[in-house]
Design a protein around this ligand. Structure first.
Ligand SMILES: Cc1cc2nc3c(=O)[nH]c(=O)nc-3n(C[C@H](O)[C@H](O)[C@H](O)COP(=O)(O)OP(=O)(O)OC[C@H]3O[C@@H](n4cnc5c(N)ncnc54)[C@H](O)[C@@H]3O)c2cc1C
Length: 507
């Protein structure tokens, strides 16, 4: 296979602190992400595009991704040499190509213009197979474009949407900034950013503590309109451009965060100071809009997690086929074979669960509050998927490292990167506790468990279905405190079972 041209490669690597690791240069995997997608989903309408995108990763993207990871935390140039505040982020050469190629192939425009959500998430799957952190910029751009399309005024949409849907390598990127320094789970208590009306727009003042895709052109930001009630009911969602009309900065970067992984997405802290923002939807329904944004990102996180699981298993199997222990290939040893088989089954169930969230999102994404029962089913499946796939991704990356023995922990082989990338998956977009608690809330308040059991009835084993009906009804009769305290006895087995049932339906 022809790899990146020598001159281009030399150019990119000259920017990197050292040469490329063996992982990116030579380790080829047993399967490809597209082959797996086709195996699980049949031929997708945009298969040719997916094949091109995968080919780009094989020839170019992997090297760029490796370079960005090695580059480490980018630096910030706050001022130009004349003293004007510019907040430029210094990135390795090739970063723009790395991030823009996903947009060119349609991660955002396919979903919004063609309603091809499967195509968008299939591109995301391929992205995350090669670089799970890179799927974050794509995800938050999608999660910005959707509320803009659904809730933006005609003037806002006309002005900004076409820029986000560009296909020429210059697509505007989005970002979703909710979390402040007090904490991300309890947004109602911790969002201190205030929005003051100013003509048709608002002026936002406050500080955002975790801002991924820091170099985005537009962000959706949670803030409290002046005089709004405390708690989550007083929050609203605003569209905040990076630059004002006169080209000056609309907010400033306080600092860039130094992370163990996901270096293909830049994360930092932002100061908003009378920053121009446009209200999306109504202020009263703000919290619903914020949760819609998060739910799209949770579906993407699930897809990214299952891609990382597949990558970890492919790498582990590839190594185990060639490593000889006690006279035969590691993969031929009964214990290793059994573990690999169990992991492949888990991977298939996790994929089925994640993809059900994609299918349901494609059905319900245009809904506005108050939502239908189908939306509540989507929410429950999304919480289960986000929780379970992310937890499995961390375990799969750890197992892959163990299969490699000592080589697994050495930076030079790239296997450790999978674990570094995986560790954030259960944390961002609402941590695992939050997903379990939100799944419980959907069951308590929306009877989403009944919807789930009805949804699975055509495929599930009737005895298992009955067992789960009894188990869930009994569980929900406990005191509220017991229901929260015992969630780990309920959600992991429920998610695993739902995944297995959906997997049976798919195959
Ligand atoms: C690399 C990275 C990038 C990020 N990018 C963004 C971004 O772009 N935009 C953005 O808005 N946020 C972003 N975040 C923030 C992320 O969403 C938060 O870290 C996450 O929501 C958890 O919030 P927290 O870190 O403040 O932890 P806290 O909210 O303080 O929670 C601490 C712990 O308590 C748990 N917990 C919370 N409530 C309960 C409960 N009731 N019962 C039991 N346990 C509970 C949590 O799960 C967590 O384990 C990013 C985070 C990281 C690490």
């Amino acid at each position: 296979m022809e790899r990146i041209s020598e001159s281009k490669l030399a150019g990119y690597l000259a920017q990197a602190p050292q040469g490329t690791r063996e992982g990116a240069e030579t380790a080829r995997v047993v399967k490809t992400p597209l082959a797996y997608l086709n195996q699980r989903l049949g031929a997708l309408p945009c298969t040719e595009t997916l094949a091109q995108y995968q080919q780009w990763w094989e020839t170019t993207g992997c090297v760029l991704s490796e370079t960005v990871d090695r580059w480490g935390t980018p630096t910030q140039r706050p001022h130009d040499r004349f003293g004007t505040r510019v907040d430029e982020i210094i990135l390795p050469a090739g970063y723009t190509e790395l991030v823009q190629t996903g947009y060119t192939h349609g991660i955002v425009w396919r979903a919004l213009e063609q309603r091809d959500w499967c195509g968008s998430f299939a591109l995301g799957y391929i992205t995350a197979y090669y670089d799970a952190g890179l799927y974050c910029p794509h995800t938050v751009s999608l999660s910005t474009a959707v509320p803009l399309m659904k809730y933006g005024t005609p003037a806002l949409k006309e002005r900004y949407l076409p820029l986000m849907l560009r296909r020429d390598g210059t697509a505007w990127q989005g970002a979703t900034w909710m979390t402040e320094v007090g904490g991300g789970s309890d947004l109602g208590a911790n969002v201190q950013t205030v929005a003051v009306p100013d003509g048709d727009a608002y002026r936002l003042t406050g500080a955002k503590y975790f801002c991924s895709n820091l170099n985005a052109d537009l962000a959706v930001v949670a803030a409290r309109p002046q005089g709004a009630p405390s708690g989550v009911r007083g929050l609203a969602l605003f569209l905040v451009p990076r630059l004002r009309d006169d080209g000056s900065l609309n907010y400033t970067i306080r600092r860039i965060k130094d992370k163990i992984g996901t270096r293909a997405v830049i994360t930092g802290e932002v100061d908003l100071d009378n920053s121009l923002g446009y209200l999306l939807g109504s202020a009263e329904s703000g919290i619903y809009l914020i949760l819609e944004v998060l739910n799209i990102s949770r579906v993407a996180n699930s897809v990214g997690s299952v891609a990382l699981i597949q990558r970890a298993l492919d790498e582990a199997e590839s190594f185990a086929r060639r490593r000889i222990v006690f006279g035969k290939a590691l993969v031929e040893q009964p214990l290793m074979r059994a573990q690999l088989t169990r992991w492949r089954d888990t991977s298939d169930a996790a994929f089925a669960l994640a993809w059900e969230a994609v299918r349901l999102l494609a059905e319900v994404w245009t809904q506005v509050p108050p939502y239908s029962a189908r939306y509540h089913l989507f929410r429950l499946i999304t919480h289960l998927a986000k929780y379970w796939t992310a937890e499995q991704a961390v375990q799969a990356a750890k197992w892959c490292m163990e299969v490699h023995g000592g080589a697994g922990v050495l930076e030079e082989y790239g296997v450790e990167r999978l674990l570094r990338e995986a560790m954030v998956l259960p944390i961002w977009e609402g941590g695992s506790h939050r997903q379990m608690l939100d799944a419980l809330e959907a069951m308590q308040r929306r009877q989403a468990h009944t919807l789930l059991l009805e949804h699975l009835a055509p495929t599930a084993d009737p005895a298992e279905l009955n067992d789960w009906r009894t188990r869930l009804d009994t569980y929900l009769q406990q005191s509220p405190e017991a229901q929260e305290a015992l969630l780990e006895t309920l959600i992991p087995p429920l998610a695993a079972w739902v995944g297995r049932v959906l997997c049976r339906r798919a195959s």
